[in-house]
Design a protein around this ligand. Structure first.
Ligand SMILES: [Zn+2]
Length: 175
């Protein structure tokens, strides 16, 4: 799963820029390319807002559906066979077909990458865990705006949700 690796979060000077998000691109690419080669389903879970989305009371307008800001960064462009799930909220399962997509393929384990560790990754991983999926997060394939929030979220997901926090090398070994 690749969460919110979109131009509006990742590009330099982007409206909701996560500078460290650019550092994880090569790691995610390595993992996604290997997983895809081995037949794993790659799911892009992406913010896709209406221009008047109520979320814009909290955050500046971002990832508006149909704009370049809502597109996955060039380096990680979806390939044939990959699935795109558009989300409105932090939680990629809320009001989307994500659970159905995974269950109909009998997928019971998800590896989550992307941004932000303490927001969309956290809420999506939390629901995945509560729905009974085995959740694995490679720590060098997720990023946040600060190290404190990144580390807090990783600790929280490991400690409270029982999510497996692993290295990129360990994650590559899964496929
Ligand atoms: Zn959003």
């Amino acid at each position: 799963m690749v969460i919110d690796m979109l131009n509006d979060f990742i590009e330099e000077g982007a409206v909701l820029e996560v500078p460290k998000g650019r550092e994880i691109i090569p790691n995610i690419k390595l993992l996604v390319d290997k997983a895809r080669d081995k037949g794993a389903l790659i799911v892009y879970v992406c913010d896709s807002h209406d221009p008047n989305d109520p979320e814009f009371l909290k955050w500046p307008p971002h990832a508006v559906d149909g704009t370049s800001g809502a597109e996955v960064v060039d380096q990680l462009k979806p390939q044939k066979g990959d699935v795109m799930v558009k989300k409105l909220k932090y939680d990629g399962f809320l009001g989307t077909t994500l659970d159905l997509i995974l269950r109909s393929r009998k997928i019971d384990t998800v590896v989550i990458t992307g941004v932000l560790t303490n927001i969309c990754v956290l809420y999506t991983a939390s629901t995945a865990s509560m729905l009974g999926y085995n959740v694995i997060i490679p720590r060098d394939c997720v990023a946040s705006t600060s190290d404190e929030e990144h580390e807090w979220a990783l600790h929280h997901m490991g400690d409270v949700l029982g999510i497996k926090i692993v290295s990129l090398r360990e994650a590559l070994g899964l496929f």
